[in-house]
Design a protein around this ligand. Structure first.
Ligand code: ADP
Ligand code: MG
Length: 270
């Protein structure tokens, strides 16, 4: 379903954190929520997850008022993968993923619930760990369990707060590809808070850059603008477009050619 976030304002005490957020997302879009530490990404995700209640504003999913839904109905619409999870450590992987079925389960899980859990475990490459306790997993494996649990929830909207931060390169790529597939072929709308601007540019359809509780950029990847990024991150940033993909890097990062050059200078004197 399409997602329409309008005029969201939120404060912690007297400190305004979100100052009027407007974002519109078509169904099946993969959205990157970018912005420096403290920009308000997690706060916005928590509002959509109904952990925080905004002072003003509304969120519509299709024709429904997301913030007014009954809790169980909300849990069928939105799945949320938190930035750092308080995972129930004594549960096994399979039990943890089954928690994603909570909004659907009557008295006990059905064969369908088990099949959905198995599919989610398979998609996240967790088959060999299914009977392991979460306390016996690495940080990245536990992070994949949280994503599997969110998939088992079969949401219309998938919120992921830095889900790739503990993942090695292969699983970062696989996770981004998996979310891409979910959005493109299953019509799920995904919002991912992520720090890796290049991953976001490579996999996401839409960029929303938050800065100090406001939207600084919003649009397709092509809106990524060196001047705005430099200002928002407080660092000289270059955006280099090459044959349809873009590379974003600090301007001060030394180029390989420069390093090669220095190396050959050194060798000459050696
Ligand atoms: P991001 O996820 O973009 O790094 P957050 O949404 O976590 O940013 O935080 C936005 C701002 O809210 C930050 O300035 C942070 O310090 C502040 N903040 C977060 N949680 C609290 C809290 N419980 N009380 C007061 N301020 C908070
Ligand atoms: Mg955060």
């Amino acid at each position: 379903m399409s997602l329409k976030i309008s005029g969201i304002e939120f404060s912690h005490g007297s400190t305004p954190i979100l100052k009027g957020i407007d974002i519109e997302v078509e169904r099946g879009t993969f959205v990157a929520l970018l912005g420096p530490n403290g920009a308000g990404k997690s706060t916005l995700a928590k509002i959509l997850a109904r952990i925080y209640e905004p002072a003003r504003g509304s969120v519509r999913v299709g024709l429904r008022d997301l913030l007014g839904l009954k809790r169980q109905e909300h849990a069928r619409v939105v799945a949320y993968v938190p930035q750092s999870a308080e995972v129930p450590f004594e549960l096994t992987v399979a039990e943890s993923v089954m928690l994603g079925r909570t909004p659907y389960i009557g008295l006990r899980p059905t064969a369908k619930d088990h099949a959905i859990v198995d599919a989610a475990i398979g998609r996240l490459g967790l088959g060999e760990f299914r009977e392991r306790r979460l306390s016996q997993l690495s940080g990245g494996q536990a992070q994949r369990v949280l994503i599997a649990r969110a998939l088992a929830q079969e949401p219309e909207i998938l919120l992921l707060d830095e889900p790739t931060s503990a993942l090695d390169l292969r699983y970062q790529v696989e996770t981004m590809q998996l979310i891409r597939d979910l959005t493109a072929s299953e019509g799920v709308t995904a919002l991912i808070a992520i720090h890796d601007l290049n991953m976001a540019a490579a996999y996401c359809d839409k960029i929303v850059l938050l800065a100090e509780g406001q939207v600084a950029l919003d649009g397709p990847t092509s809106v990524l603008d060196a001047e705005v990024l430099s200002q928002v991150y407080g660092l000289d940033v270059e955006v280099i477009w090459r044959e349809g993909y873009c590379e974003i890097r600090p301007a001060s990062m030394r180029r390989l050619e420069e390093l090669d050059c220095e190396l050959s200078d050194l060798l000459e004197f050696a």
